[in-house]
Design a protein around this ligand. Structure first.
Ligand code: GUN
Length: 284
């Protein structure tokens, strides 16, 4: 069994980005908009900020009180769209219930949309001419490449149909000639789909849902899940994936851990998107 080490691969990606930035005659600028008190969202935004600092992206987080109106959020996004110094904008999800997520994502200028969540960028990915590929799918694809897992012709089963992982990953891997099956909560006999896959990607948000019985001997297993479960430690919780790692590693040919798997890849690939956005916008 090969452990696909997200910490190691993401360090390589960050290093590549860092070298690319050192050749530019400007500093790419990324702004994260956080409209949430959720500790997990706060942690993710902090990790993105740290990665930005490390690679040489100038980054800032704009905090908006979650009690504020949708209009207040749209005003902030509009200002960032107009700001010539801003290369990348990301609106951390989830947003408060009273804010229409689509309205917020649609408001981000497509050329600054480093998450790849604007409908134009989603459409381009579907069309096979991507501009900004969402960071998690991009990170998953990079991990498969680094682990020498052939995607062309492979049977890939994705468990989860979210707009930010499952659906764009299906488009991305289809563009790379995989045969992709997308499963979800209404799928009949999920295990039949996962068991015949060369590559299983778990992105459902249910702790340790994919067990050893659901995975073929030698398959590659990519775990996108990051779930907080109660634990008897200082924090009172621990992070586990959507895959029951200890048992699945006994049958898988290659597997990603949690933490230290897809999570750091998402952050590193966001930096790649930020540099790409800057280069496209500034035309060098
Ligand atoms: N919330 C969960 N994943 C993501 C992500 O990739 N980007 C943003 N902006 N919010 C998220």
């Amino acid at each position: 069994m090969t452990l696909i080490d997200g910490d190691e691969i993401s360090a390589r990606v960050r290093d590549e980005v860092s070298r690319e930035i050192s050749d530019l005659d400007y500093t790419p600028r990324l702004v994260a908009v956080l409209m949430s008190d959720d500790p997990a969202s706060e942690t993710y935004v902090r990790m993105k900020h740290q990665a930005a600092e490390e690679v040489g992206v100038d980054s800032e987080t704009i905090d908006i009180d979650p009690e504020e109106t949708e209009e207040a959020l749209l005003d902030v996004i509009d200002d960032l769209n107009q700001d010539e110094d801003v290369d990348g904008i990301l609106v951390q999800l989830p947003l408060p219930d009273h804010v229409d997520e689509h309205a917020a994502l649609d408001a981000v200028a497509p050329e600054k949309d480093v998450d790849g969540f604007h409908p134009e960028n989603k459409g381009r990915l579907m069309d096979g001419r991507p501009r900004m590929v969402p960071a998690t799918p991009r990170g998953v694809h990079r991990m498969l490449q680094e682990a020498d897992v052939e995607v062309d012709g492979a049977d890939v089963t994705i468990v989860g149909r979210s707009n930010i992982v499952g659906k764009p990953l299906a488009a991305l891997l289809t563009n790379h000639d995989a045969t992709v099956t997308v499963c979800h909560s209404h799928t009949d006999d999920l295990a039949a789909h996962t068991r015949r896959a060369d590559v299983v990607v778990a992105a459902v948000g249910v702790a340790e849902m994919i067990d050893a019985e659901m995975v073929a001997e030698g398959a590659t297993v990519i775990d996108v899940g990051i779930n907080r479960v109660d634990a008897d430690n200082d924090k009172g919780y621990e992070l586990v994936g959507d895959v029951a790692f200890d048992e699945v590693k006994e049958v898988a040919g290659a597997i990603t851990p949690v933490p230290g798997g897809v999570g750091p890849m998402t952050v590193a690939c966001l930096m790649e998107n930020t540099v790409e956005a800057a280069r496209q916008r500034r035309k060098n």
